[in-house]
Design a protein. Sequence first.
Length: 312
Amino acid sequence: MGQPEVFIGIDASKDSLEVAIRPTAEEMAFANTEDGLFLMVDFIKPFSPRLVVLEATGGCERAAVMALAAKGLPVVVVNPRHVRDFAKSKGILAKTDKIDARVIAHFAEAIRPEVRPLRTEEAQKLDALLTRRRQILQMITAEKNRLYSAPQWIKKEIQTHLQWLEKCLAKLNKDLDRMVKNSPLWQAKDEILQSAKGVGPVLSLNLINDLPELGILNRKKIAALVGVAPMNRDSGKFRGRRTIWGGRSEIRTALLMATRSAIRFNPVIRAFYERLETAGKPRKVSETACMRKFLTILNTMMRNRTCWQAGC
C-alpha cells in the first residue's frame, strides 16, 4: 500500500504564514519575509504534497504562492468565502490563524480545487495597475462627496487633492493603454472586445485581466463565474424568485455599466431589452438578462476570435 497523499493549507497574513498538513497533522509557522519563505518551502518540499492551498487575502499570499510555484509545487489560491462556508459546514466557527490553516488543509483534501497556471509577471503588473485604478476612483468619489458638504475653508484643500487624484488616474490610464499596446495578445483581445458597442477600455481591461476564462468556458459556466446566472430558490412547493449571487463582483460592476450603454447604443441588446420591457419585466431583471446576453455574445466572440462586425 502506497503512502497517503499529502494536502497542505497555508493561512497567509501580513506578518506570518501558518502551515497545516494533512493527514499527519503537523503544523509550523513562518515569518512572511524572504527568509521565512525560504524556510517554508524547505519545510514543505520533502512532503511532496498533492496540493498546497492558500486563500486570496488581498496580496499577502502572493509572495508565498510565487515561492512555492518556483519550486514546482502544485499551489492554488481559492476564494476565502468557499473555505469559510466549508468550515461552517463542519461546525467550525472559531477563527484563528492556526485553525484557518487546518481548515484550508482539510478543504484541499476534501474539495481538491484545480491547479491553474499562475499569472505571468506582466499579468501581475496589469492586475496591480487595475487595482490601483479602482482605488483612485474610490478616493475621487469619496472626496467629491466630502466636497459637497465641506466648510468653505476646507474645500480648497479637497479640490487640490482631487486635482492630484485626477492626474494619478490619467497616468494610470496611459500606463494601462501602453501595456495593452505592447502585448500583441492583449491588443488582439482588446480589439475584439471593443468592437462591440457598449464595451469600452475599462470593461475590456477588466475582462482581459480578471476573466481569462472568457472564450474558453460555455455560456452557462461563464455566466455563473461572473455571477449573472439566476439561482433557484425553491423548496418543496415553494417557488422563490430567481436571483443572482456570488461571482466576480468587479467584473459584474463593469459589465453592468457597459450593458446600460449597450441598451442605448447596441441594436441587439437594445431590442432584447425592449422585448423584456414590453413583457412587463422589472428594470433590474431586464438589465441582468441583458448583462447575461451581452456576456454570452462576448464569450462567443472571444472563442471564435471574431469582432462584432464583419471585416473589423
